[in-house]
Design a protein around this ligand. Structure first.
Ligand code: ZN
Length: 167
């Protein structure tokens, strides 16, 4: 019975903890929050995350480590750009730029988050890679709830409210 296990076109709710395998540092966790709910098989999650929980039952916990190609991909050196600091003049009236700061650029294809990796008087080096790109990631995932997706959810490709309808 596919209805009782994680499979494509199911709505899965999970509690999860993500850690870096080299030092155990927690980079994300649903602890103290509502479980994460998503439509399985619709590319809402990083690829390996779904693959590793396929077939799991409610109450089951799985632990796995994903190499970067199954997580956020490899780092792309072309995604690191030097931007003239004068473009930040307006922002700098309100905030102090610092290395490590995360900002969002308004790009033609939509908002793009980046991290400032270095600063000079003239330039800001902006890294548009995902902060976890190039990293192996370990997850512990507990399946909390499972239900079949509604027709409407399948048509939209995302999860609606608990009953499968828009609120
Ligand atoms: Zn919708």
């Amino acid at each position: 019975m596919t209805e009782n296990t994680v499979s494509n076109n199911m709505v899965a709710s999970v509690h999860y903890k993500g850690t870096l395998p080299e030092n155990g540092e927690v980079f994300d966790s649903s602890e103290g929050r509502e479980p994460l709910t998503f439509l399985v098989g619709h590319k809402q999650m990083i690829p390996g995350f779904e693959e590793e929980i396929m077939g799991a039952k409610i109450g089951e916990t799985r632990e796995f480590t994903l190499s970067s190609d199954r997580a956020y991909g490899d780092r792309d050196n072309d995604a690191v750009m030097e931007i003239p600091r004068e473009q930040f003049a307006q922002l700098e009236q309100e905030a102090t730029l610092e290395t490590g700061m995360q900002l969002v650029a308004q790009m033609p294809h939509g908002p793009s988050p980046f991290t400032i990796t270095s600063l000079t008087d003239d330039t800001v080096t902006a890294d548009f890679n995902h902060a976890l790109a190039g990293q192996s990631l370990t997850f512990s995932v507990e399946i909390v709830e499972l239900r079949a997706a509604s027709e409407e959810e399948l048509a939209h490709g995302h999860v609606h409210g608990p009953d499968g309808h828009h609120h």
